[in-house]
Design a binder for this molecule. Structure first.
Ligand code: AMP
Length: 402
């Protein structure tokens, strides 16, 4: 979706007097007491909801929460969301348990400008995850216009994300969050100022094949760290001891190395590692060359020389995309590499580079070190962001364009 100009966003329209059905993503993490532990996703939807309310429209919100099995489950009821949303919007939120009762239809029909209604968890209906026209039509009958602001779910071909859009042929819009995700991702994919550096980490090369393939033709530098770098090191003949490795991906790693050489992409792999005997916080650890890891030890974080090397490359880059931690950052002892990387990306941004960070773990690292304000764009969608960077079309985006 290169042509951002084709996108009809909510800024292009005044919704005065309309009823607007907004697909948001309020799939927030909950603790065992059903309390919201991170309300970022709710906060991220507020600009869209507020703009439409300020126009003088009424709003019907729909979302999923968690992974219920297709029927009502108290743990995933949106009753937990109502007070939080109500506080943010500073107004009463009308909640409806049954999406299709006459009462719900009447309440929706009677909504007045400025009023907000929240529908119960869409995934209590199995028709949500399997595209269903009748379900879509019923939802659509509640409103005059449809807005998708659920970027993090837009890679799903679900009823409220994709199927529903056809019932609003002339009245479907990108919400502000969805539009800004696409705009910023497009900047990376189609308009990157060189040198463009991609930093890819995480556990496995197998889940990053698509993203590496698509980025090879776009980047100047490819930095590969984390668990997946050991598959590359082994493929190149290094000794990686007990480090994480995907033996069935050695050939992929070798052909990526070759392709990058042919296409003039600079590939940077770690040169040293922080190694320990086991996957535990209690282990002693030491630094070691990346290709000389003793057979009884494993690499769990990038070493100090690698941190400096990667920082140099990042510092010289005008565009930076970062996805995936470069060590077992969940453990205090093995998070230093990911922390150093987050600081390098923030530092380059302060000096004028454009940076985009995406994926749950990398975003968590950025937040842990309070660096979010120093990154040009922090993506809210893990899977959706990966698929978009892989070059795939997102059903939620396509549905708004066709
Ligand atoms: P992914 O979901 O593929 O982005 O992988 C994220 C996971 O990769 C995190 O849970 C990290 O702990 C893990 N990870 C990063 N580096 C390593 C490593 N050297 N060895 C094992 N796991 C790693």
């Amino acid at each position: 979706m290169k042509e951002f100009s084709k996108m009809k966003t909510i800024e292009d329209f005044n919704f005065k007097g309309k009823k607007v059905l907004i697909r948001v993503d309020f799939n927030v993490p909950l603790n065992h007491n059903r309390q919201i532990t991170d309300d970022t996703r709710i906060k991220e939807s507020l600009p869209t909801i507020s703009k439409i309310l300020e126009d003088g429209a009424s709003v019907i919100l729909m979302t999923h929460l968690g992974r219920p099995k297709g029927g009502y489950e108290h743990d995933y009821s949106l009753t937990t969301i109502v007070p939080v949303l109500s506080k943010f919007l500073n107004k009463n939120v009308i909640f409806t348990r049954d999406l299709f009762s006459d009462k719900t239809k009447k309440v929706a029909a009677a909504l007045k400008p400025g009023e907000v209604m929240l529908l119960e968890n869409l995934r209590f209906y199995k028709e949500e995850e399997k595209p269903n026209e009748a379900f879509a039509k019923d939802l659509a009958s509640l409103a005059d216009c449809y807005v998708n602001d659920a970027f993090a779910t837009s890679h799903r071909n679900h009823t409220s994300i994709a199927t529903i859009a056809k019932f609003f042929p002339n009245n479907k819009y990108f919400g502000l969050l969805l539009a800004s995700e696409i705009k910023n991702l497009n900047k990376i994919l189609y308009d990157a100022k060189p040198p463009f550096t991609a930093v890819l980490g995480g556990a496995k090369i197998s889940s990053k094949i698509g993203i590496i393939k698509n980025l090879i033709d776009k980047v100047d530098n490819m930095i590969i760290g984390g668990g997946m770098s050991y598959t590359f090191i082994k493929a190149l003949g290094g000794s990686i001891g007990n480090s994480l490795v995907e033996n069935d991906r050695l050939e992929d790693a070798r052909s990526f190395v070759q392709e990058m050489m042919l296409k003039g992409v600079n590939l940077y792999l770690p040169i040293d590692a922080c190694i320990a005997e086991g996957f535990s916080e209690l282990e002693d650890f030491k630094m070691c060359d990346i290709d000389k890891i003793p057979s009884h030890m494993m690499g769990l974080d990038m070493g100090k020389r690698t941190r400096r090397r990667f920082a140099e490359i990042i510092n010289k880059s005008n565009t930076i995309l970062w996805n995936g931690p470069v060590g077992v950052f969940e453990m205090e002892r093995f998070k230093q590499g990911t922390k150093a990387l987050a600081i390098s990306v923030a530092g380059a941004t302060i000096s004028g580079s454009f940076s985009l960070v995406g994926g749950g773990d990398s975003v968590a690292a950025i937040n842990e070190y309070n660096l979010a304000d120093q990154i040009s764009y922090v993506s809210t969608g893990g899977g959706a962001m990966l698929e978009y960077v892989e070059g795939k079309e997102l059903p939620g985006v396509q549905a708004l364009l066709t």
